[in-house]
Ligand binder design. Sequence first.
Ligand SMILES: [Zn+2]
Length: 155
Amino acid sequence: MNILFHFLFNYLFVDIVFGNAWDYLVVVFVFSVLIDLTHLPYLLRVRKDVMKKRFGSGSRTRFHEIYGLTLFSAVICVLYLVFDPIIIGVIAMCIVLHFAIDFLTGKSMPFYPYSKKEVFLRISPYGYKEKILFETFSTILLVVLFWLKVGSLVL
Ligand SMILES: [Zn+2]
């Protein structure tokens, strides 16, 4: 999924669980999109061909699969002992939700680099055009929900 989807979905989820996501806006944004920085090596490798090759499971490093989830989880457990448990909870939720959304809606190689077996759960559409429509529609829906939520805070 795209960065905007991850941020908006995580913001709304954090707001439901913690009740005050606006107070953690920057934290939610940073830790909702941080994992997608692992696409950079792929982007640098394919450069101009990115529209042709797209963002399949091959665009992810090991840190965008279960290997990364395990590593981030271990770091979060240590940070939980030192920092504010609420902020660490928000960070953990954003990271776990990012992994979950990517796994549920896209193709992944969960055990990469130990196995290159690709998994697709078929929860979201398979075809490229259908996937773009699904992603666009769901992102617009989240923008509306976010605006309804934040609009009442700002206005
Ligand atoms: Zn991702």
